[in-house]
Design a protein around this ligand. Structure first.
Ligand SMILES: [Zn+2]
Length: 548
């Protein structure tokens, strides 16, 4: 992402004036980005590369463009061709939304490839031949037909279909695409299309011609269209029952967990972006001198810094949630709500995980230590946190402690109506995982772990117990003690309360302030007297010292 030196940077004042004049004439006095008139006596102007040097654009007049100063918004990072595309996209958004309409793949296709046609098709054995004409030249391609059993069975083929043969299926997917800009940029930069879009080919007529209608993945379709790719990777269903597809598609976006897990997907995407750039940095860096800090401060283009700080955090979280500690997978995700943001069946939401374990136990800032030191401790940190999460699962959730069939929906209410219906283990697990409670006790837990390991002089650096509690080698004996701490948290009196109505009522609170009073002071909100033993770092730490 570093900008290469360009001849443009070393032009003298006169040479630059000459060049502006030349380009001005060559571009018919228009701005390369917005295509509106330039008035040299009024407008400030700018010269930049049409195709970036990184994209093998040449460093000469043939690849230089003249723009209004204001139209070249991100000098160096987006080339002019991309800015022209994004300008065009924004103008389409404006055009189609200003009277309350929407911009969909349909409008994008109309604007960018107005001349679209049906395709010819022909079945031969287990293949389908698709034909079209491209600027008067006939073209034919043959694809294997895939047959899938099902109710009803489905026939489809995978292909890269030219945009000049594609239509948008209004009926199935009416969503607007106005948030497309980042994706256009991704495809422009050359990222591949990972998943196919989905389409149907209708073969009703007798003329051997059909329409290919895209009904899912219209964002990636439109983004590639704007990025000037010629074809779309698509799975085309042949004569398939539309209602069935509609239903399947809806289920994929709502009921099937792994598809709809927005925050985790967000972490994955950020993580990929970070890794890609960071790997390049690592290859070019000196492992006993350069650091994560250097990556952000020296290596990255300044304009990208804040974005990449976010991706860096995505990466640290994602590696914990999907990573391994030795042979152990992270087991906590199987108790985490993956369908909606408000959990009903599972004890934890992604948000709760993020605000508790991930936020509090990971060192989410960049380290100044040399890469070889940092990498070793980043691995330890990740593995330690996975083990802590798995201990939490073992001691508090798994083995029928938390009963997924009972779930969490209106649990306190069900408890009040029928105390017998909720077993103690389930009740404790439920309350321990409440977000407002968990953010409080997880922090105390982290502090207790840091004190434990610090008293054993395990840390390499005296500052680490504060903000990098898991940058440490944890021995089997230490792990036993950490397990004891979790048991002490689990067995604390507060979670099992079901008889004292004042306490039970307070435990329904969703406010962190209330939970601070309850857990750290042992007091009910608004009361002076202590009615429970505090569940703070001392309580947790002492459970190890004296046994519980
Ligand atoms: Zn302009």
């Amino acid at each position: 992402m570093t900008r290469r030196q360009s001849r443009l940077d070393s032009l003298s004042k006169e040479e630059r004036q000459d060049l502006i004049r030349k380009l001005y004439d060559a571009q018919n006095k228009r701005c390369y980005v917005c295509n509106k008139d330039i008035n040299l006596s009024v407008h400030k102007v700018d010269i930049d590369h049409i195709k970036a040097l990184d994209k093998d654009g040449s460093d000469d007049e043939s690849n230089w463009g003249l723009t209004h100063d204001t139209c070249n918004r991100s000098k160096g990072t987006r080339d002019l061709q991309l800015q022209r595309i994004l300008y065009e996209f924004r103008s389409h958004v404006e055009k189609y939304t200003k009277n309350g309409g929407t911009l969909t793949l349909n409008e994008a296709l109309q604007e960018l490839t107005p001349e679209r046609k049906k395709v010819g098709y022909k079945f031969e054995d287990n293949q389908i031949k698709i034909s079209w004409t491209n600027e008067g030249v006939p073209e034919t391609e043959t694809y294997s037909l895939l047959e899938e059993p099902g109710k009803p069975p489905a026939k489809s083929f995978m292909a890269r279909i030219p945009f000049i043969c594609l239509f948008h299926d209004h009926e199935i997917n009416p969503r607007s695409i106005i948030d497309l800009e980042p994706m256009i940029e991704e495809f422009y930069k050359g990222y591949v299309q990972l998943q196919p879009s989905l389409a149907t080919l209708t073969t009703e007529g007798s003329d051997g011609k059909g329409k290919i209608l895209v009904f899912d993945g219209q964002h990636k379709a439109a983004a590639q269209l704007y990025a000037r790719r010629k074809r779309l990777f698509v799975r085309v269903f042949v004569d398939y029952n539309k209602n069935k597809l509609k239903e399947t598609n809806f289920r994929a976006h709502t009921k099937l967990a792994q598809v709809h897990f927005p925050q985790l997907i967000n972490d994955r995407v950020g993580s990929d972006l970070f890794t890609e750039e960071f790997d390049k940095f690592r290859l070019s860096s000196n492992p006993n001198k350069d650091s994560e800090k250097i990556f952000f401060q020296k290596y990255l283009d300044r304009s990208l810094k804040s974005e990449y700080i976010g991706y860096f955090k995505n990466n640290l979280r994602y590696e914990v949630l999907t990573g391994k500690a030795g042979a152990e997978d992270n087991k906590l995700l199987s108790f985490t709500e993956t369908v909606t943001s408000r959990a009903k069946k599972f004890p934890l939401s992604y948000d709760t995980l993020q605000k508790s374990f991930l936020q509090q136990m990971l060192f989410l800032r960049s380290s100044r230590e040399p890469m070889e030191v940092t990498e070793k401790f980043r691995t330890l940190e990740r593995e330690n946190l996975i083990r802590i999460m798995n201990l939490f699962v073992d001691e508090i959730l798994a083995k029928n402690r938390f009963d997924l069939n009972l779930g969490i929906f209106r649990l306190e209410e069900r408890l009040a109506n029928n105390p017998e219906s909720i077993p103690d283990k389930h009740l404790r697990a439920y309350r321990i995982c409440r977000q407002s409670a968990m953010t409080i006790w997880a922090l105390e837990f982290k502090r207790a772990i840091a004190v434990l390991l610090n008293t054993k002089q395990k840390y390499t650096d005296s500052a680490w117990p504060q903000d990098r509690p898991l940058w440490v080698e944890i021995s089997p004996q230490d792990w036993d003690q950490i397990r004891k701490m979790l048991c002490a948290i689990r067995d604390h009196k507060v979670w099992g309360e079901r008889t004292n109505p004042d306490i039970v009522n307070s435990l329904k609170s969703t406010r962190q302030k209330d939970w601070k009073e309850i857990l750290l002071k042992g007091r009910l909100p608004g009361r002076q007297e202590e009615c429970l033993p505090p569940l703070d770092q001392n309580f947790i730490f002492n459970s190890v010292q004296f046994g519980v």
